[in-house]
Design a protein around this ligand. Sequence first.
Ligand code: BGC
Length: 495
Amino acid sequence: MSVIAVSPAVGSFCITRSAKMVSRPRVVMAVGSNTISGASILTKLQKDCATPLPVLRHVVDAMADDMRAGLAVEGGSDLKMILSYVDALPTGNEKGLFYALDLGGTNFRVLRVQLGGKEERVISTEFEQVSIPPELMFGTTEELFDFIASGLAKFAQKEGGKFHLQQGKTREIGFTFSFPVKQTSIDSGILIKWTKGFAVSGTAGKDVVACLNEAMKRQELDMRVSALVNDTVGTLAGSRYWDDDVMVAVILGTGTNACYVERVDAIPKLQDPSSTSGRTIVNTEWGAFSNGLPLTEFDQQMDAESINPCEQIFEKTISGMYLGEIVRRVLLRMAEAADLFGHSVPEKLLMPFSLRTPDICAMQQDTSKDLEEVGSVLYDVAGVNSSTNARKIVIDVCDTIAKRGGRLAGAGIVGILQKMELDSKGLIFGKRTVVAMDGGLYEHYPQYRRYLQEAVTELLGPEISRNIVIEHSKDGSGIGAALLAASNSKYGHDI
Ligand code: BGC
């Protein structure tokens, strides 16, 4: 497999340090003697972030209620409950050469796969990944899509070896576009809004497949988008290819979202319930959930200064783009009000998003007596020499924020499962049900993963939770999108 440029080891779930947030001018020297201690700020933080069982149960019920309200009418709740137009999941019979294109975070990926049907399955795959230059996240639609189309064109030129396109056919693409899109068919959809720090002008309200087609035309690239899918939907399709029990897919990376298999008769807003399988995939866009979350003043400030205030509150509480930034805000308060790093406030700590989620994750893995790794991250990121005591407090802050995020994510998953269980009367909890997970936050942050699993077990009890398998599906979304391109091929499938 070839890779042109990969993001840093634990790094794919964070935006770059140059993220555009409004920063306030600040006094760098602390003035006078501080009477508040770091420990007291920590105690208040832990109290405000606490997620005891009643809080989690509230999130479970509110998530299930919001799902129902979003399925009833368009705009019925915070959760958009977007219909994916994916009514049939891959069967294993898919054959031929297909491409996938994945745009959704700091990287964009292109992939090709040669499918060999039930016998040979995935004969070969190849992918390349490139980081999105930060300026393109704030540029124009044409600039972003030209960048993508040119990456795709370069990748397509290198096709050879085990990859063969049947004569007379056009190369088909599954386009994973991981932002809220109002699907208008399996191969078209209108961007509702950007998330995850993207603020590209002129795309909201446009069909993103048309944007890609125009850019491909400018590159003289003759390829066709056969399926436009969210990354959650790609993950569900990719995992289902190997395991029939997969019913839910969740992304916990830079951003977060979940999709699941829904019965068409449980979707009142569906105008054409003609799905042959009687089921369809619903993209919840759960990042917009906000009901009853334990939020702190740090969350509120971060939200107010973000490029999308009052939006994506669940995402801002549990996803990789934001966990490091929340910790930075707490540490800054501790430095200003409690002299955590001595009498002056480290200037670098004033910069929004300077502390990234991979940094807090790395600090939490430090088991040394003097917390040397914590010291070196703090030195690199904030330019401070820290005492062992200060480092211990920093670890506790990281743990508090990761714990809240992981447990709330777990409650979100149980909310979806509970909704499915109540509607299907026993078909979820009474048998093996798999939740496919992807995203760098879930993959690389062991404490976060543990907190998530613990919350699921606490909520469901030991017996039911034995039936609920939370499984990491690495990079399933790329193959999933290619499989959906195959099952929605204009040449028909099973050929
Ligand atoms: C987007 C979703 C996406 C998720 C994970 C969110 O910000 O709104 O569409 O699935 O991130 O990538």
